[in-house]
Write a protein that binds this ligand. Structure first.
Ligand code: ZN
Length: 449
């Protein structure tokens, strides 16, 4: 509300009754204007009342945020269901839990199916078969091929960095290529080995320790990683004489279907303007995912509950993405099939329950929403750090030019591990993340009607 002419004029009229000269001029002029002023004033008053009501409702809504209530979703998903990897039965079960919670709040729930490359290791072993040797601890690279059941035994071929020229002369054919990490992608090295006729590839770290990695997409031959220390041992043994190994990799590597779960809250005034809150709903193998990412799912579910009966000007959509851990597949599919209505803003919730620091980030795109969020955080006295971070579903929204705010807590040493358990998630941290997310939502979708 600005101190515009309308208000000034009315206030002036009230101050100076009709009797006085100025009053008369004003009265004469005002006879005409008063009707208009009254209309404007009334509109302004209504707007004032509405915004006061809106502000009051905003405060009331912010006060309704409950970390304890959100935490119940963490207990149900990570505690009761446990690890829920995309494409597995637990993926459907956790999806049903989310859909039921949204339906209980009165939302129409959509299951948006899509396929993605599912990969899971059933077993892996690698041992020197040509003589005594210390045990080896292989890790299968994501999207690796499998050996025949029972495994394969073959001589190793030391192939440097695994560039095509390292395989010149065909000496790798029928052998297991041993390749040092670095200089090219795992996929390029594996494909060079396969093209040279190798039956498998072992990539060892350039550092002494172990590593895990992905090939990005399916490769025909089995590919495992070894620590730098164990890789160096193999190479040294091969320099001293012929070394043969037995490798067994059993893995599922196939397209599978999963779902984005979507609940829409139609806008009261601008139904074609869409504001989205998203959280991925899958975990990695073996991880209950209490913080990554049932904490984000829980915050989004609690937001949906708080707003279930609150009309907002723009449409708000809550989207629970599938297969984020495999490669952001759910958000990519969602963005590519979103339809004509413009997405005005995207708020990404991923890891909200562990670690004091709270970040508000974008990746490479516009930081307009991040700046809005930072302002709201300071208004709410929520300490937050503005940054640039990738690694989650907001990247796909940036790809189509949507302003994003990635709200997350970066300090969790145990995410994506079996130690990501419910006891580590702090409900009071969920509450703070949720309050900020709600403020961003109300700021972008418009004040409650
Ligand atoms: Zn995550």
């Amino acid at each position: 509300m600005t101190g515009s002419g309308a208000v000034g004029c009315e206030r002036r009229a009230r101050r100076d009754p009709v009797g006085g000269p100025r009053g008369r001029r004003c009265a004469a002029r005002n006879v005409v204007a008063v009707a208009a002023c009254a209309a404007v004033g009334l509109g302004a008053l209504v707007a004032l009342q509405r915004s006061d009501a809106g502000a009051a409702t905003r405060e009331a809504l912010l006060a309704r945020v409950s970390g304890q209530r959100a935490y119940q979703h963490v207990l149900a998903l990570a505690g009761k269901i446990g690890p829920h990897v995309a494409g597995t039965p637990e993926d459907r079960t956790s999806g049903q839990y989310i859909a039921a919670a949204l339906a209980r709040d009165g939302y129409a729930v959509e299951w948006q199916p899509f396929t993605f490359p599912y990969f899971a290791v059933r077993m892996v072993s690698l041992a020197v078969s040509s003589g005594p040797a210390p045990p080896l601890h292989p890790r299968v690279l994501q999207y690796s091929g499998a050996t025949p059941a029972g495994g394969v035994t073959a001589e190793i071929f030391v192939a440097g960095l695994g560039r095509p020229e390292d395989f010149a002369g065909g000496a790798a054919s029928g052998k297991v290529a041993v390749i040092e990490r670095g200089g090219a992608t795992f996929k390029a090295k594996a494909e060079a080995a396969a093209a040279a006729g190798a039956v498998a590839a072992v990539i060892y770290n350039a550092q002494p320790g172990e590593f895990s990695g992905t090939l990005g997409s399916a490769v025909r031959i089995p590919v495992v990683g070894l620590s730098g220390a164990e890789g160096q041992q193999l190479v040294a043994a091969a320099k001293a004489g012929r070394v043969a190994v037995h490798l067994n990799v059993q893995a599922a590597n196939e397209p599978r279907t999963t779902w984005n779960i979507i609940a829409t809250k139609p806008g009261a005034r601008e139904p074609h303007r869409i504001v989205i809150v998203g959280a991925h709903r899958d975990t990695v193998e073996g991880a209950p995912g209490a913080n990554d990412n049932t904490s984000g799912v829980a915050v989004a579910l609690d937001l949906a509950e708080i707003l279930k009966n609150v009309p907002l000007p723009s449409t708000v959509r809550f989207v629970f993405f599938g297969a984020e851990e495999e490669g952001l597949y759910g958000s990519a599919y969602y963005v590519d099939h979103h339809g004509p209505d413009p997405i005005a803003a995207y708020v990404n919730l991923d890891m909200e329950g562990v670690g004091r620091r709270l970040m508000i980030s974008t990746y490479r795109g516009s930081d307009s929403l991040v700046q809005t969020a930072a302002r709201l955080a300071s208004e709410l006295r929520i300490p937050a750090i503005v940054g640039r971070d990738g690694g989650s579903d907001h990247i796909n929204f940036e790809r189509i030019g949507v302003p994003v705010a990635f709200v997350f807590r970066p300090d969790d040493p145990y995410y994506d591990t079996p130690k990501d358990t419910v006891d580590r998630v702090d409900p009071s941290l969920l509450e703070v993340s949720e309050r900020l997310a709600l403020a961003i939502l109300l700021d972008t979708a418009g004040a409650p009607q």
